[in-house]
Design a protein around this ligand. Sequence first.
Ligand code: HEC
Length: 260
Amino acid sequence: MNHNAWLGRAAAGAFWVFLLFPGSARAVPLAGYPLMTAPVNLTDRVSLQRGARTFVNYCMGCHTLRYVRWSRVGRDLRLNKRALRELMFLQTKPTQMMLNAMPVQEATRWFGAAPPDLSVMVDQKGVNWVYTYLQSFYLDPNRPTGVNNAVFYRVAMPDPFWQLQGLQKVVYRKVSENGGTVDRFVRFVPVTLGTRSPVAFRRMVGNLTNFLYYAGHPDELKRIHLGIWVIAFLVLFTVFAYFLKREYWKDVHRKHPHEK
Ligand code: HEC
């Protein structure tokens, strides 16, 4: 889907939800919201392939991976030519970086902040933060996008998964802490039903986070594959060395020439 249409639908969706469920506005950041643990596993190639597809479909309209080449992704994730072409969609040169056509200045005007390049985002914020962030949007009528985020207060990014996850609102409690009052997170309450089950949604975000982690550490994947070969070689070498040793010691174990 073209993302202007997507934004339009998001705005329309949020509008109806506010009409139906007013009064969940909040003015201060949420406290006490725990980070979730991201299921990063670079040896799970299927997860990386699914994550790449989710990234292209749901994030690349706004975000880039400036340091990642399409062909590299194709090679690392073992995509054949056709699968890579499908992933690249309208882009034609596999030697190009994973860029998009979003003009930075306009984007800044549209969203109030330019969507940052995500090549090294996972390292800046931490992989668990990114995993949590993508699942923690909640309705907030005071925001131009209609949503806020439990780990990124007053975020400029609209919720990319409002349909898949379903919209949610936050329940919080005012507590005094260190001489001031804070909004302590209690729970999220679903407001609309997502098109994915919570389990399937979480798995999808897990795969996406896995892919984003890979995008920041392409050499780690190479190291893992290389490591397997190195260990296989060492095991094989140990076997050879053992037989070689037996061969050498065969003669030594025979009677010593000075022995009677
Ligand atoms: C409609 C445009 C748009 C889409 C689609 C979008 N983002 Fe964003 N994203 C933004 C903007 C704008 C910001 C900057 C937010 C800010 O600074 O307040 C942002 C910020 C982020 C950040 C935090 C960066 C920081 O400064 O800490 C992450 C991580 C991120 N996006 C990941 C994603 C992922 C993953 C997807 C796909 C599921 C996605 N975004 C889809 C526009 C978008």
